[in-house]
Design a protein around this ligand. Sequence first.
Ligand code: SF4
Length: 129
Amino acid sequence: MKARTMKRKIVKINEDLCNGCGACVTPCAEGAIQLVGGKAKVVRDELCDGAGFCLGVCPTGALTIEEREAPAFDPQAAHAEQARRGKRLLAEACFRCGTGEEEAVLFPCRHQGKSQWVCVRCLPPLIHG
Ligand code: SF4
């Protein structure tokens, strides 16, 4: 039986811009994005919550959010996928102070043409100068 769909926000990947670096796979905690044939793909729409945490890490701007018909986000399926994959997070650190994600919340950001992670303490000075 085909899942019912609804109009909602979901990640869109521009294959022409995607270079297959894989940087977006790890930030997608739900496991919705995988590399297929050297290109990032949303492999299961119901695993993408449309939050867009993957957007900031893409070095080429291939990731955007669009609104389209898709199955609703399924938190139980996402949780099951996370359990199936196990903890496969790569340790990240703030590009300004080196604080790791175990010590502070990190946000993806674009800075001087690069995709970086910045910690909650370094974000305000980055914004306000
Ligand atoms: S981060 Fe961007 S360029 Fe790299 S695999 Fe993902 S979509 Fe492609």
